[in-house]
Write a protein that binds this ligand. Structure first.
Ligand code: 5GP
Ligand code: MN
Length: 315
């Protein structure tokens, strides 16, 4: 899975691992970094290896692996400090992913489909089409469901096809308790996080009505003041899009190693291209991310300049 995994990356990985284990394979799940507390309930999450904190153990596993499944990312750099290791590995590499512009030469086999709502949906199809649908139990169903609601914004984004709803109907037959999953993912934070969101919306959000765009820039001091933890900033980038007329939202966080950007858009503004062009990133048409080695102030200037350059597309 990609660094700082979200519900889709973690859910798709654990679901596939669950089925492969039932088929008698020896499976290990590795995350390039740690993951938010709101993913810790996922069946199998306790056994996931954090590459950053267990490098030796993970490298031993990778050295003897026969197959490597890469889920919810399509470019090796998305695995951060694992990139070098994955590049060197000679075993068979399989891609299952729904992001734009995959690094196709890196993988031996792959399913890459940007029309899919989530990697979790693709993993469901992979399991079902390989004749193993009967192996999906409540635990595996919960992981797939978490991935689907994470990436569809609970069934609201355009990629939520009829097929997605059909899959969920099948998962319900497996015993899925859907409202419990929503609670695990969305009602599972500490007070600090809500106070932090209040502070950010009041003091750190800038609206550029002339460009139908918004920016949230979060300095390191805010992260420290509110004890912000992995996952606490998830979803913040969506708030500006609830303002009438806003088509583009950018969120930048001053992380130790880089300035991490998230972009969301509505309608015809392509944030995959935007993130690629200005911020060394990519992703989907309406949701993408990127990063910058510049200071927070400088990268904010770059964003503002990019708004000017994209004025016509933002109208
Ligand atoms: P988020 O804003 O939630 O971190 O990312 C939004 C989407 O863009 C996710 O699907 C994520 O995988 C993708 N994404 C985030 N950062 C990057 C990046 O640096 N490069 C690419 N190619 N995709 C990214
Ligand atoms: Mn995804």
């Amino acid at each position: 899975m990609h660094q700082k995994p979200d519900p889709d990356a973690m859910g798709a990985s654990l679901a596939l691992a669950g089925v492969l284990s039932k088929l008698g394979h020896s499976v290990d799940v590795i995350s390039p970094t740690n993951w938010p507390d709101f993913l810790k309930w996922m069946p199998g999450a306790k056994a996931v290896i954090d590459y950053e904190s267990s490098k030796e153990k993970a490298n031993n596993i990778l050295d003897t692996a026969e197959w490597l499944f890469c889920l919810d990312f399509n470019a090796l750099y998305r695995t951060k400090s694992m990139t070098k290791k994955l590049t060197e590995m000679k075993c068979l590499k399989v891609l299952i992913d729904h992001h734009e512009q995959p690094e196709t030469t890196v993988f031996d086999y792959g399913i890459s489909n940007t029309c899919k709502s989530s990697t979790a949906e693709m993993v469901y199809d992979f399991i079902a089409e390989s004749g193993n649908e009967s192996l999906i139990d409540e635990n595996i169903a919960s992981c797939i469901y978490a991935g689907i609601i994470g990436d569809t914004g609970s069934f609201r984004f355009p990629a939520t096809s009829g097929r997605v709803h059909e899959i969920v109907a099948r998962l319900k037959e497996k015993g899925l308790k859907h409202s419990l999953i929503h609670e695990h993912l969305y009602d599972n934070f500490l007070e600090d996080r809500l106070r932090f969101i209040g502070h950010i919306l009041l003091n750190r959000m800038e609206i550029f009505y002339e460009y139908n765009a918004a920016l949230i820039a979060i300095p390191k001091s805010d992260l420290l003041k509110f004890n912000v933890r992995t996952g606490d900033t998830e979803g913040l980038v969506n708030y500006p899009l609830t303002i009438q007329g806003i088509k583009l939202s950018g969120l930048v966080i001053d992380r130790d190693e880089e300035r991490k950007w998230s972009f969301r858009s509505k309608g015809s503004f392509d944030v995959n291209t935007f993130a690629r062009k200005y911020f060394n990133g990519g992703g989907h048409f309406n949701a993408s991310g990127g990063r910058s080695p510049e200071t927070l102030q400088k990268t904010v200037q770059t964003f503002k300049k990019a708004l000017q350059e994209n004025e016509s597309q933002l109208q």
